[in-house]
Design a binder for this molecule. Structure first.
Ligand code: SF4
Length: 370
């Protein structure tokens, strides 16, 4: 029996009725009144074999997703009685993820490299996953702590101001991944997650770098995880629609970044195409089709209030009404930010107030988690 002890500030945040209403299912899993989605997915039987074409498997995934979402509507006592199927929905998602690795389309960079054969795309991650650290994080948003946070090495972005550049970017220039991170397979990742639960984690938080290049390992590990615990995706959210389909039903909680309010700033500072189009699409999908329990992280950047912060807040207010936002003000120039004069300082208090006032005017819920 694992006793989960919430820190005082974390416990207090649940007094906010609106926040509790928006995160009803997440809170229910903490209290053991709900069942984590991945456990429900393991009870959904799935027949396929290794000769099936990728198109057949993708079609089956769509059908199973519909079935899964119908299943979730059943009373909780009926869901709790279900048994794990020997071949199930998670097996299917893992099989498809491994096929995608042969021609990698996990993120919208769509490098099309064969990672099974050892080729590497922009993220420089082959078929193996590497963990740089894993611990109980008490610095995350109040409703999420203590969070069982697992940091994956490597990232599909190239942000010039990266605050985490040691595990996302800098190692690429000078070090082998084996020297700075620990290789994990699906069973080892599950064991790591189970240990974090034993230590008191109230969620398993996949982050990095970014978890996207490691979808196959994360999905595969769910087969070996055993606790009724929230699965949380903490990411830049630059997934393809196809790879989002592999995880959308298994994640209980979403913690995506929303950095830029347009495509141009995404290209200039992170080196990626169609930033806003992709990120907005993925937010909309998890809001409407996934659990819908989301904290969106937006980092206020200097001189980017009109082009980034405000368009993002407009989008959230209009399209993502169930989401809660963490409006973050801790930006400081790191890594190569000094090469860009306009972002080579912290945001001013005037800029921070302007963004928060704008969010207030739009009725966005952000204070309990910011
Ligand atoms: S995860 Fe993204 S960056 Fe990495 S190889 Fe695949 S498509 Fe490329």
């Amino acid at each position: 029996m694992v006793f989960r002890i919430l820190r005082t500030d974390s416990a207090l945040v649940w007094n906010n009725k609106e926040l509790r209403r928006r995160f009803l299912r997440y809170r229910g899993i903490i209290d053991d009144k709900e069942v984590a989605r991945y456990i429900v997915a393991k009870s959904l039987s799935c027949e396929f074999n290794s000769n099936d074409t990728i198109e057949d498997l993708e079609k089956l995934l769509e059908e199973k997703s519909l079935e899964f979402n119908e299943l979730l509507k059943n009373p909780i006592q009926d869901i709790k009685k279900r048994n794990i199927a020997s071949k199930n929905y998670i097996d299917l998602a893992e099989e498809i993820a491994i096929r995608y690795l042969e021609d990698c389309i996990f993120c919208e960079r769509q490098c099309s490299v064969n990672r099974i054969d050892g080729e590497k795309g922009f993220c420089l991650i082959s078929k193996d996953s590497y963990i740089s650290s894993a611990f109980l994080h008490t610095g995350e948003e109040a409703p999420l702590i203590p969070s069982g946070t697992i940091f994956f090495q490597g990232c599909n972005f190239g942000c010039v101001f990266c605050q985490n550049y040691d595990i996302s970017q800098k190692w690429k220039e000078r070090r082998k991944i084996e020297d700075i991170a620990q290789k994990v397979d699906v069973k080892q990742l599950a064991a790591l997650a189970n240990r974090l639960v034993e230590k008191g984690a109230i969620n398993i938080n996949y982050v990095g770098g970014d978890p996207i290049p490691n979808i196959h390992t994360i999905v595969g590990s769910l087969q070996y995880q055993t606790s009724n615990i929230t699965q949380l995706w903490n990411s830049n959210f630059y997934l393809t629609d196809k790879s989002l389909s592999l995880i959308i039903d298994f994640m209980d909680f979403w913690l995506p970044d929303f950095k830029y309010g347009n495509n141009e700033c995404g290209k200039k500072y992170s080196g990626i195409d169609k930033y806003f189009d992709v990120i907005a699409r993925n937010h909309k999908r998890v809001h409407d089709e996934g659990s819908g329990e989301i904290i969106i992280r937006h980092l206020i950047m200097p001189n980017h209030i009109e082009c980034c912060s405000k368009p993002i807040l407009d989008y959230v207010a209009k399209e993502l009404p169930k989401a809660v936002m963490n409006i973050m003000q801790q930006y400081h120039p790191e890594y190569f930010a000094h090469k860009y004069k306009e972002i080579n300082r912290r945001p001013s208090m005037e800029e921070i107030h302007e963004v928060k006032n704008y969010a207030d005017d739009l009725g966005i819920l952000y204070e309990p988690v910011s």
